[in-house]
Design a protein around this ligand. Structure first.
Ligand code: NAP
Length: 105
């Protein structure tokens, strides 16, 4: 889905109160693609629509390691803002982090 120069970021809890704002912030930067990960992927589509080619919504349960691994597969960065974890988000480079206001790894 993402071209070589684009950055795919998985946002766990991207349908939630805080996570939605993380998704919105990332989508403002044209180089970022966003994969919303939650137990109800249809909510992500309802919230952000089906039209944005930079957005996908996948089914993940944090209690299922396999679904977490699939959700971060190929991702450049990942963030979590779920009711069962502390909100955090990480990027692979400080430069990219500053542009998107993420926390570098
Ligand atoms: N809201 C605030 O002002 C605030 C302030 C400080 C700290 N926090 C903390 O930030 C975190 C997020 O808060 P929020 O207000 O954004 O919560 P929220 O609106 O309830 O959103 C929680 C998100 O987590 C997902 N989620 C919950 N359990 C999951 C599971 N087992 N597997 C996968 N996804 C799961 C939910 O999606 P599904 O239900 O579809 O899975 C939803 O997207 C919480 O830890 C909260 O304590 C919030």
């Amino acid at each position: 889905m993402a071209a070589a120069n684009n950055r795919l970021v998985t946002v766990f809890g991207g349908t939630g109160f805080l996570g939605r704002r993380v998704v919105q912030r990332l989508l403002r930067a044209p180089e970022f693609f966003v994969r919303i990960a939650s137990r109800h992927p249809e909510r992500g589509r309802q919230l952000f629509g089906h039209e944005d080619l930079r957005l996908q919504s996948v089914n993940v349960d944090l209690r299922d390691e396999g679904s977490i691994a699939a959700a971060v597969d190929g991702a450049y960065g990942r963030g979590a803002s779920c009711s069962s974890t502390q909100p955090t988000i990480r990027a692979r480079s400080k430069n990219e982090a500053q542009r998107a206001r993420l926390r570098p790894t």
